[in-house]
Design a protein around this ligand. Structure first.
Ligand code: IPE
Ligand code: IPE
Ligand code: MG
Length: 244
């Protein structure tokens, strides 16, 4: 990684890991094999993030719309998710990483829910990489839930609607406490967000990569961080030219 990139490290990188199915299809393999290969990429990218000292990494593991997939695929994804959380938490603990989950918890099976809660508890005091897995996550659902909570508080007379600010709203989202993503990466050559961190990505930089997720390498990840360091962010303002 370049020195410039090290000094301008994004505070938060979020990744839409896409293309497992196409990766498998190209090899005449079942989609399930693509998901297995995708988990290896997850492991490698988490290590890379830890190595460069990244503070926050969010990975889109399963969307609230992914339930629409065939039952066999959903159940295979659940099996892989369960195995990842169970097997990798030890390495996360060793690396002082914190694991958290965002998304709807009401549809997960009891054993997955227990694993999620246990791994969050085991890593909650860790101060290194903050790894968030978006599981059964949908940004629109998340925003509606926040709006509902605020409406209920107002209906109970605990909140004046005039006092609702974007900070108050953001505090009701599942990402409260984590800085907004500076860089959102999507693999597989698709140019869409698929209901991922809509509110939080208001001023994110986007990087769309043609490679399928199982082909995404540590080097690709470092290149993404390097390219972020070279971008100029304006946040709606005018950036002054530096006079030599
Ligand atoms: C991403 O790969 C993994 C999940 C959505 C869980 P896909 O399964 O979407 O792969 P493609 O897009 O069909 O190639
Ligand atoms: C987005 O990928 C969800 C995850 C990466 C978990 P999808 O493959 O589900 O998105 P669409 O269907 O192409 O929009
Ligand atoms: Mg896909």
């Amino acid at each position: 990684m370049t020195n410039e990139a090290q000094s301008r490290l994004p505070r938060h990188v979020a990744i839409i890991m896409d293309g497992n199915g196409r990766w498998a299809k190209k090899r005449l393999m079942p989609r399930a094999a693509g998901h297995v290969a995708g988990v290896s990429t997850v492991r490698m990218i988490v290590r890379a993030a830890n190595d460069i000292g990244l503070k926050n990494l969010t990975l889109y593991a399963f969307s609230s719309e992914n339930w629409k997939r065939p039952v066999t695929e959903v159940s295979h994804l659940m099996t892989l998710f369960r195995a990842y959380v169970r097997d990798d938490v030890t390495e996360l603990v060793r690396n002082n990483a914190r694991l958290r989950f965002i998304g709807n918890r009401s549809r997960a099976s009891a054993d997955i829910l227990a694993l999620m809660e246990e791994s969050e508890r085991r890593t909650e005091a860790n101060t290194g990489l903050n790894l968030t897995l978006a599981f059964d996550y949908g940004s629109q659902e998340e925003i509606v839930a926040a709006a509902r909570e605020l409406a209920l508080a107002a209906a109970r007379g605990e909140l004046n609607p005039d006092d609702i600010t974007k900070e108050l709203f953001a505090a009701r989202l599942s990402t409260a406490g984590t800085p907004d993503p500076d860089l959102v990466i999507r693999t597989s050559g698709e140019y869409r967000l698929s209901n991922f961190l809509l509110w939080q990505s208001a001023y994110a930089e986007f990087l769309f990569v043609d490679k399928l997720w199982p082909d995404f390498t540590r080097e690709d990840f470092l290149n993404a961080v390097n390219s972020y360091a070279r971008r100029e962010r304006r946040f709606g303002a005018v950036v002054e030219e530096t006079v030599a």
